[in-house]
Design a protein around this ligand. Structure first.
Ligand SMILES: [Fe+2]
Length: 316
């Protein structure tokens, strides 16, 4: 590192650029500590003009936790399977229409996995000539601005997360949720969480994977999930990141939702590498404990067994 890194804001509520850091080189502890501090307050952090391969992205992910293999097999990097391609190009060069559509509505990644997602990183290799951005919503600001009555309602609620079976997931994918190699069990997670570093409360409900709440039937739950999503994704809470080649962007999966804007010409190439980082081993223990004693109330189906879907691969 030459000189001290600097922060430059990008958006109104979210988005900051970290200047003066070269992620192709091993990071010394002081620089990494600076990144961690900056990231705690700035849950969307961008490093420009980086020259990275899958190995460097995985190595950067390992500084934070455990980069993990994504549910979708098709898009895994062959040498570094904990890194996945986000691409709209098939191997034969044709448009990958699943890749075009993939993740173009609001979600937090992989909240259906047993281990809670911590953060994700996305690296731009090829970008369209215009648009093709990624949007991020600030779930801290979303919580802060809820009416007190809603805060009280959410305080006692536990969200139920399945793979792409919330209101938005069903609308975007239907039965075509992509090929996975394992089955997914429903994960209960509090509707409101707190950031482990800043202590700020966070709305932790996303319309892609949250399909219900403990003790609430679907007729009540889905409108609530949709209402919370509409609140959280108001323009005042959203940052649109227009990609430049060489951008490495990390986002806090606990404090944000995101989506592909889905606004570019599909014939133009959009190729990125991505990894999702989970917390260190042991962090999932409380989730397993929470599940003990979980019972479906009358008229409410708790999904305890998610079958692998053998349709063509897509999803997030
Ligand atoms: Fe995603």
């Amino acid at each position: 590192m030459t000189g001290s890194p600097q922060l430059r804001p990008l958006g109104e509520t979210l988005g900051a650029e970290a200047l003066g850091i070269d992620l192709s080189q091993p990071l010394d502890d002081a620089t990494f500590a600076w990144i961690e501090r900056a990231f705690a307050e700035n849950p969307v952090l961008v490093f420009r003009n980086q020259q990275l391969g899958a190995a460097e992205i995985a190595a950067f992910g390992r500084r934070f936790g455990t980069p993990r293999q994504h549910a979708l097999i098709k898009y895994r990097h062959r040498e570094y399977p904990e890194v996945s391609w986000l691409t709209n190009v098939e191997e034969d060069g044709k448009v990958d229409w699943y890749g075009v559509k993939r993740a173009t509505d609001w979600h937090t990644d992989s909240t259906y996995e047993e281990e809670a997602p911590l953060l994700a990183m996305l690296y731009a290799l090829e970008v369209p000539s215009s648009k093709g951005g990624t949007m991020f919503a600030d779930m801290r600001a979303a919580y802060d601005t809820l009416p007190d009555s809603m805060k009280q309602r959410l305080a006692g609620l536990t969200g139920l997360h399945g793979r792409t079976d919330g209101p938005v997931g069903e609308k975007l994918y239907g039965n075509n949720k992509g090929q996975t190699e394992k089955e997914y069990y429903e994960q209960p997670r509090p509707a409101v969480t707190h950031h482990p570093v800043t202590g700020r409360p966070i709305l932790f409900v996303n319309p892609m994977h949250t399909h219900g709440f403990v003790g609430m039937d679907r007729k009540e739950a889905w409108p609530l999930i949709e209402e919370l999503a509409a609140h959280a994704t108001q323009e005042r809470f959203v940052y649109y990141h227009p990609w430049q080649v060489g951008d490495l962007l990390i986002w806090d999966e606990r404090a944000t939702m995101h989506r592909g804007a889905g606004d570019y010409a599909p014939q133009e190439r959009r190729v990125m590498l991505r990894t999702i980082v989970s917390e260190m081993a042991g962090a999932a223990q409380h989730v397993a404990e929470d599940r003990v004693g979980l019972r479906a109330p009358a008229g409410f189906e708790i999904l305890t067994h998610r079958g692998a879907v053998d349709a063509a691969a897509l999803g997030q």
